[in-house]
Design a protein. Sequence first.
Lengths: 566, 116
Amino acid sequence: MGPDERGRADLLKGRNRLRLVMIGFAVCFVAIGGRIGQFSLLEANKDTTARPHVEARIPRPNITDRHGQVLASDLPIASLYANPRQIIDVDEAVELLTSTLPGLDAREVRHRLTQDKAFVWLKREITPTQKEEVFQLGIPGLYFRDETRRVYPMGRLAAHVLGFVDVDSHGLAGIEKFLDDRGALYTASLTEPSTDTAMPVELSIDASVEGAVNAELSAAIAHFKAKAGAGVVLNIKTGEVLAAVSLPNYNPNNPKEALLPDRLNRITGATYELGSVIKAVTFAMAFESGVTDLNGKFDARQPLEIGRARIHDYHATHRILTVPEVFIHSSNIGTARMALDVGIEGHQAFLKKMGLFDRLVTELPEAASPQLPKRWGKLTSATAAFGHAFAIEPLQGVSVIGAFLNHGLLVPPTFLKRDAATAKALERRVVSEDTSQKMRYLFRLNVVEGTATKADAPGYRVGGKTGTSEKVVNGHYSSDHNLNSFIGGFPMDDPTYAILIMIDDPQGLPETHGFATAGWNAVPTAGAIIRRIAPLLGVEPQLSDEERAKLEKIAARQAQTSTKGN
Amino acid sequence: MLRALNTLLVIAVLAAGFVIYSLEHRTRGAEQRIAAIKDEMAKERDAMKLLNVEWSYLTRPSRLERIARKDLGLRPINVLQIARPDEVDARLAPRPAENPANSSKDPLAAMLKGLQ
């Protein structure tokens, strides 16, 4: 082998190595290129980014009324804290702070700022203007922490529906509690996690109707020196509660007030004997079971004796009454006879069908179970027929009576906005159209010439039934203390709205001739409310010529007295 | 040949590098703008919340009723004040009949005459 030959072999060897390296590189590049292609083209849409799992804070939604008026909202609010080690001139800081924030105590602030700590609270929840002012002082070592605070801009309005929250924004009552507990899924459905915002919770409440009911009811309570009162306006076609007022109420911005014993929710959170209002249920039952109709007659000549008990009439007539007369004179005897004709089992079955034996479930956590007699005998059935020992939630009462007026269709009441289609799906027939028509006739008749004439709001075709029940004082029914109620509906040709007014322990006044029964206080209050809210709800008035003439006369007289006054 | 190709590749690398750099720069700028806008939006949302709450506070029914009664002299509507469109004509006060003798003349002159 010559040198020449060896050189050739080396060269060949070198070329082969070079080729090997190139092939190696090529394989690598193809592999990388292929992988890139795979990622960018094939898996482009697959989200494989590793992201830390964050427990998203669900923002608390605003609560608005049915027209979008804000009733509850979270507002950002700052809290002031300090790092005492960074404060240079404590005296100056104390002087400036106490002159800017009037609520601060100079000695307390000095004590806090001289501590050897890195963190002391100075004042929680200051307003944006105060924050700006403190910021402008330019004191080193002062800091702000951003927090949120639940505010209720309308104050006491609809307080019992809204409820309130604790310092950590956990709902403790009303819709606020519902949003955290039973309605947590609903709350979550409103939130938009990516933007940290939430759709508002729309209540069925109408702020202007609520305001009108509140104004008239509180005026009535003051006028009749009553202890308390409640008012409900219900849309019976959709089951939406348009106004729910329970007085005395509280300011949810100051939840401590809600703990006072007389601030309970009287609409759903307690049960009451609505008295004669319950007679409407007995009438509907009698029509439905066919034991009588509008031409029927009942003997009210003397008290009804069952065993050793005697049932009397408050407005005793001592004659045989027709069915409409039993209704407008609110005869206990007649109504009790009606229930006895239906029979104990039939009576119980009808009340069960109306849901009066069960607790009414709405969004509000405050829900009281009805208190009805446990054992039913002849006497129980007879007294329950006119509402004795028959305590239910007021909302339940207005909802059932609303169903009698609403062509016999019961729609479960709600405090959240509901559309017509949902309401249609929820409605349940409880009595026939024929029974409903008779009930509408009786309700209207009672306002035209019965115990509820003062509820008439001319033009708005009001119908209703009154109830005066004696309150239980020390375990006995007391004839001095009444619980008065009125449940009605309007307009009677196609009832859309039902109204309940309850006044607790009103006093007789000279202009009521000393009487304290429902016809003198609960009924005129309901009339005043209907006159105010019917135009708000878009109910078109229809005045007969007679009514118009009467109203024009009153208006003319008022105009005359006012010009005389000037 | 090879040298020309290499030069070309170097230029291509430089050009690509420049393009990528400027793209990234633009992206950063856009990201900053997005963050600023998001910040602005959050501030606006907070401001809106505050204004909505204030609006609600100012339009609470009890306050509206008070100032409407006091400053505007308004009262709850009377049913007599509501009329359907077809009733309007009958409810309006009868308009004074047009007097052809008056309308032909100068109305101002007629008024002055009436004053004398």
